[in-house]
Write a protein that binds this ligand. Structure first.
Ligand code: FES
Length: 160
């Protein structure tokens, strides 16, 4: 009788440890898989090239384009401002306040700043600094990217 209880206890402990091991492994595996999964907010590449000759809005000085560049800026548009034929500025076109797509400056109509139509914030078109806070809450400066232009290939290199 004593021997039978010892075996049952041993089997119980063994089965409990196996069950706990499976639970711990599956829990760890789930955590590991979650950390490897791609999400919609994946920021993508840190450097990309963009052929400005393909964008009709960037063919004159003062032109502004807002292309979505594959695998860059979390899939949100990039606001590219052409200063001269060889000089460009690039910002994330996503408003830092709540992510609304920003409006380009429109000097012909007296709009010199980058403006958000959602809550009326305004940003400096050269630096991205906040000029006017939104109607509710606060915002911060635009994400400004580094740029370099190759006039031989018309490729604008944009990097974080
Ligand atoms: S989303 Fe741009 S000011 Fe609110």
């Amino acid at each position: 009788m004593t021997e039978l209880k010892t075996i049952e206890r041993r089997d119980f402990i063994k089965k409990s440890l196996v069950t706990a091991g499976i639970f711990l492994c599956s829990s760890s595996l789930a955590t590991l898989l979650d950390s490897c999964s791609s999400t919609a907010t994946d920021p993508g590449l840190s450097t990309v090239t963009y052929d400005v000759s393909t964008n009709a809005d960037l063919q004159v000085d003062g032109g502004v384009g807002k292309p979505i560049i594959t695998n860059f800026n979390s899939g949100k548009p990039v606001m590219i401002l052409r200063i001269t034929s060889t000089s460009y500025i690039a910002f994330s076109a996503s408003c830092p306040h709540e992510g609304f797509v920003l409006d380009a400056p429109d000097p012909a109509n007296g709009i010199l700043n980058i403006v958000c139509g959602k809550h009326s914030s305004e940003y400096n078109a050269a630096t991205g600094a906040v000029i006017k806070q939104p109607t509710s809450g606060t915002t911060k400066a635009l994400v400004k990217f580094n740029t370099s232009y190759d006039s031989a290939t018309h490729l604008l290199t944009i990097s974080k």
